[in-house]
Design a protein around this ligand. Structure first.
Ligand SMILES: [Zn+2]
Ligand SMILES: [Zn+2]
Length: 253
């Protein structure tokens, strides 16, 4: 399986170690045709990029596009779900200016209301120690993510099930109907082969991302490809595989 893009990379603008230019150059070295910069949304405690940073990144990328003609440089995000009703931490207006939108469920976030904070932050923290509340938390997490992909046009859900319990079956069903891809995260090894198989049975598309936090990790997608192949996916199932060049840009149409 040949991949032409890495949509999931971080830079110094959140908690990565490289610059946007470093990630672009790394992607060129890896032979990719496209690179996506996908910073954490502002609600990620201590690491999120604020709205001014997104504006700055947009300008920086526009300048880099003039310089690097052999690669497509895209500005995306890894937005956070900040309420059970599926609100994201970036305004719709800004999302519309991005080339693509990814959403990840991170529990260490500034939630929209105190009550949302209780469910998203506190209960996920408690569920790590107290397995009795896991089913309730799993249902809430899944509901929040499903609401988010219904409320917004989301290209990719990042690492479903990483660090927090998620009902992958329910999420896959919703993702298939919203046209949202589920990520196979090559950095963390999520989703598992078993879940990829289940999600595929609902007709979901997948994206394989590195979740690179340093330029050296950009385009390191092998672990994700291995999971995809073991689960029986082919290039048509993966939006950044084969010659599916325009797959990521459906949001713009
Ligand atoms: Zn993430
Ligand atoms: Zn990430």
């Amino acid at each position: 399986m040949k991949l032409w893009a890495d949509f999931h990379t971080h830079t110094r603008y959140s908690h990565g170690s490289g610059t946007i230019r470093d990630n672009v150059e790394a992607a060129i070295r890896k032979g990719l045709k496209a690179i996506g910069i996908s910073e954490h949304g502002p609600a990620n405690i201590g690491i999120g990029a604020d709205l001014d940073t997104f504006k700055k990144m947009k300008e920086e990328i526009e300048a880099l596009r003039e310089e690097y003609r052999d690669i497509t440089i895209l500005l995306g995000c890894e937005a956070n779900v900040i309420s059970l009703d599926g609100k994201l931490d970036l305004p719709e207006k800004l999302l519309d200016e991005l080339d693509y939108v990814m959403v990840g469920f991170h529990w260490m976030v500034w939630a929209k209301t105190l009550q949302d904070g209780y469910h998203i932050f506190f209960e996920n923290l408690v569920a790590k120690r107290l397995s009795q509340i896991k089913p309730k938390v799993r249902e809430q997490n899944t509901r929040a993510l499903i609401n988010a992909i219904k409320n917004y046009r989301v290209n990719i859900i990042t690492h479903p099930g990483l660090h927090v319990p998620i009902d992958t079956v329910a999420l896959a069903e919703a993702a298939a109907s919203c046209g949202t891809a589920m990520e196979i995260n090559a950095g963390h090894g999520y989703m598992t082969e078993e879940y990829v198989k289940i999600a595929k049975s609902f007709g979901v598309k997948f994206a394989i991302g590195s979740d690179a936090h340093s330029p050296e990790r950009v385009g390191e997608l092998k672990k994700g490809i291995d999971i995809a192949l073991k689960a029986g996916l082919n290039e048509e199932d993966v939006i950044n595989a084969g010659t599916n060049w325009e797959a990521i840009l459906w949001r713009k149409r």
